[in-house]
Each structure stands twice: as C-alpha cells, then as structure tokens.
Design a protein around this ligand. Structure first.
Ligand SMILES: [Zn+2]
Length: 223
C-alpha cells in the first residue's frame, strides 16, 4: 500500500490533466478510493490543471518576463546588507557571513537576475486594434497594427482561410497605392496568426486587403 501510494502519488498530476492511459487511470482511481491523502492532493491539483488547460501556448511570449522591479529589489537588498552598521571588530565576520550567505542561498537567484538585467529588453509593442470585415463567408478575422519606423505591420488573427490556399495581403496607402505586405497559407478552421510587414508608414496607411489565389478579396480592413 505504501509503495503503491508513493508511486501513484507521482501520477496524480498527469491524472488531473487527463494524460494517463486507461489502465493507469483505473489504478489511480482505485487507489484514490482508499487513500484520503491522495484525494486531498488531487483536490489541490485539479484547479491548477484546469487553469493550465486554458492556456493557449500560441499566446505565450517567447521570453518569460520576470516581475518588474525584481532586479532592483534584489540589488537594493544586497546593498542594504553591506551598509548595515556593525561594530568594527565584527565587521569582517559579518561581511564574510553575508558573502557566504549570498554564495549559498543567492547564487542561482543572482545569476538569473544578472542574466535578465543584462538581456536586451524590447520596447513594449504599441498595438492598434482594427476591425476586419470578412467578405468570404467562412472567414472570421481581426487584426492589430504595429507602427514601425520602416512601415506598418499587420498582425492578423483569423479562422476559415481555406487550408493550403495561398492568400496575399496588401496595405493601401493614402495615395491609392496597394503595397504587398506578404502572404500566408490558409489552415482551414484552425486559428491562424500571421504577422505581415509592409513598407507603408502607419501615417500613410489607410486599409489592408486579404486576397485569395483567384485574386478575390476575402477580408478587408479600413482604418
Ligand atoms: Zn495515496
């Protein structure tokens, strides 16, 4: 029972996420019937599993961002430790203890902090949401514009672009020019997310169009 408890307890996370094959699932269920400790642990895991399954992996940033101010807080804390007034004869000991403490408890944290303080932090991207009018019946889409110094970027999200079909996107400038912004392959009913770049500056851009392989407009946005 005890070994079984230990072994099955390690499976509880996968059980909560529904990742076990049927025989394993049955074993965990049978054990849960007789083990209050595992039932309690599972009760704590279930809400977490629910939240995890609600996460859209596509929506996650590539770089995890530490909370703002963490670096300064850690550095300030270290400076405070060093400043602390101590009797002269104890100073060396304390300093050594602080250093030792930092070495023992802080190496991993300090390494991570130095790492993320040193990494180039991209400016937050200013997104301008624009509405997209679907012309083709199956298409549903929305978009954000990003004003770059080299032109406007269209971040297009949508469903219903025919799987395997090539779609072209063009940005219309206020003088009537239609400037290509790139193309993408439709993925059918699955959500599609695509960044399209044009050389039209945001101030000069008035619209964009998504055109299918036959040259028919399937979606357009005027802004
Ligand atoms: Zn158990």
């Amino acid at each position: 029972m005890r070994d079984e408890h230990r072994e099955l307890r390690e499976l509880l996370g996968a059980f909560a996420l529904g990742h076990l094959d049927p025989p394993e699932r049955d074993r965990v269920r049978a054990h849960l019937d007789g083990c209050a400790a595992c039932r309690a642990e599972l009760a704590e895991l279930v809400p977490l599993g629910r939240r995890l399954s609600a996460v859209d992996p596509d929506a996650l940033d590539e770089t995890p961002t530490p909370p703002p101010g963490l670096g300064e807080a850690v550095l300030a804390r270290i400076a405070e430790e060093e400043r602390r007034v101590v009797p002269l004869r104890r100073r060396t000991t304390v300093r050594r203890r602080v250093a030792l403490g930092a070495a023992v408890t802080g190496v991993a944290a300090a390494g991570a902090v130095v790492g993320w303080v040193a990494r180039p932090v991209p400016d937050p991207v200013p997104l301008e949401p624009v509405s997209v009018q679907a012309v083709a019946s199956d298409v549903e889409a929305r978009a954000d514009l990003v004003p770059h110094t080299w032109g406007v970027e269209v971040r297009l999200t949508g469903t219903g672009f025919d799987a395997g079909e090539v779609y072209r996107v063009a940005v219309t400038a206020d003088d009537g020019r239609e400037v290509p912004a790139g193309e993408f392959l439709g993925v059918g009913p699955q959500p599609m997310r695509c960044n399209l770049n044009s050389s039209v500056l945001r101030a000069d851009a008035v619209a964009f169009e998504v055109v299918d392989a036959d040259g028919d407009v399937v979606a357009r946005s005027e802004f």
